[in-house]
Design a protein around this ligand. Structure first.
Ligand code: SF4
Length: 395
């Protein structure tokens, strides 16, 4: 293994997988109209079994263990995902957690997480998550009016009331250690400060803001590709300024923290910015090994590797050209990005956001103007603080 964790021996070339997204259930009890699994071009979910079978769970656990052993990983993160993973039920989640922990070598810590819409989160699940140390991330897009624009049941009823109940449960003292955070998808129709403050009301230890998936062929809502307007940056900057100015900070915000770290010479904690190679693999409900779900917003089958946990290792998956492209840092970017002064910070944005039907992924992010504006804004704020420090320097 070389210094940055990449492997270049035998027939394996690539960065080891450190995060495995396990799609334990392929359907959802909500019908959010922006969902990247059901509402975009890729409809392969229709061919998936509803729930992951126990043999597939066991094969996935075996692949995780084999990979951790082979690469000497001290930590592997496994995220139960879907669809809606709570639909899998407590018994299957219990079996999956036990099977993965039992399979992985004692020298590897397994960080188990679940990303849920929270609607079904009750005391039975929370007791189970407490038993296995499974941390819970919940998706919520703001106060009821904001969240319920898109995060609705099939009949059109909003989900906010039930999600709020789940967040209050997680905040209770005996469950608080399981509270991973809140994931919020940016919606330009909503007021950013109202959204941010409403999420803070649930006391999340962390939150993150996701840019809605889109690309040059199918742009995200409100992101015109013929202008340098930066509506997403303007939206995020309002939150950044409030978050950054509050001392002590009431929560961590992954996107902002990643950008601050990168601007100070560190590494990104997110695949969305920076040049760190992707280390995430998805195991579909039927056991197929896939790349990230975001690729499903580009073309049907784009996330597929053609591999299955029954017959292939994760090393075979990371050797695939599509995975390699997401691991090749600067070399994998379009010429415009390679010569961009912000490239070390921006990293060309999320891989799926670079897609254009005519030429694939050899483009800057469709969010290029937003990323540029946001990074420059944060840089100005950091510079202002650093210059105060310089003035205060003795002598
Ligand atoms: S997406 Fe835009 S800001 Fe980011 S590296 Fe490429 S050219 Fe630079």
């Amino acid at each position: 293994m070389n210094g940055n964790g990449a492997v270049g021996s035998d027939n394996v070339v690539g960065t080891p997988v450190r995060q495995v997204l396990l799609k334990i259930h392929s359907r959802c009890n909500l019908a959010c109209d922006y969902c990247y699994v059901y509402q975009h071009v890729d409809q392969t979910w229709r061919n998936q079994p509803k729930v992951m079978s126990r043999p597939v769970v066991e094969m996935a656990a075996m692949r995780i263990a084999e990979h951790a052993q082979r690469h000497g990983l001290d930590l592997v993160t496994v995220i139960f995902h879907g669809g809606e993973p709570l639909l899998a039920g407590p018994d299957l989640l219990d079996h999956a957690a036990r099977t993965i922990r039992a399979a992985v070598p004692a020298s590897t810590t397994v960080d188990l997480r679940i990303q849920t819409n929270g609607v079904l989160l009750d005391e039975v699940f929370l007791e189970l998550f407490g038993k296995h140390g499974i941390r819970v991330g919940i998706s919520l897009d703001g106060p009821a009016a904001a969240n319920d624009r898109h995060r609705v049941f099939a009949g059109g009823q909003g989900s906010h009331r039930l999600v709020a109940r789940a967040l209050r449960r997680l905040h209770q003292e005996h469950h608080r250690h399981l509270y991973g955070g809140i994931l919020c998808t940016v919606n330009l129709e909503n007021d950013p400060i109202e959204v941010y403050r409403s999420l803070l009301d649930f006391h999340p230890p962390r939150m993150d803001f996701l840019l809605p998936h889109g690309n040059w062929t199918t742009p995200p809502p409100g992101r015109r590709t013929d202008t340098t307007d930066a509506p997403y940056a303007e939206w995020l900057i309002r939150i950044f300024d409030e978050w950054y100015a509050t001392r002590p900070q009431r929560t961590g915000i992954r996107l902002f923290e990643s950008l601050v770290d990168l601007l100070l010479g560190g590494r990104s904690g997110s695949e969305v910015v920076g040049l760190s190679p992707s280390d995430l693999i998805t195991v579909e409900t039927d056991g197929a090994i896939e790349q990230g779900d975001a690729l499903k917003t580009t073309e049907e089958g784009m996330a597929a590797t053609g591999l299955h946990v029954a017959s292939s290792t994760f090393d075979e998956a990371i050797a695939q050209p599509g995975v390699q492209a997401r691991q090749s840092g600067l070399a994998g970017l379009a010429a415009t990005c390679r010569s961009c002064p912000l490239v070390r910070i921006c990293g060309g944005g999320l891989y799926a956001h670079r897609y254009r039907a005519a030429n694939g992924f050899e483009n800057p992010s469709v969010y290029c103007p937003d990323l540029t504006r946001l990074i420059r804004h944060i840089r100005v704020r950091l510079n202002a603080e650093l210059s105060v420090l310089r003035v205060c320097e003795p002598g």
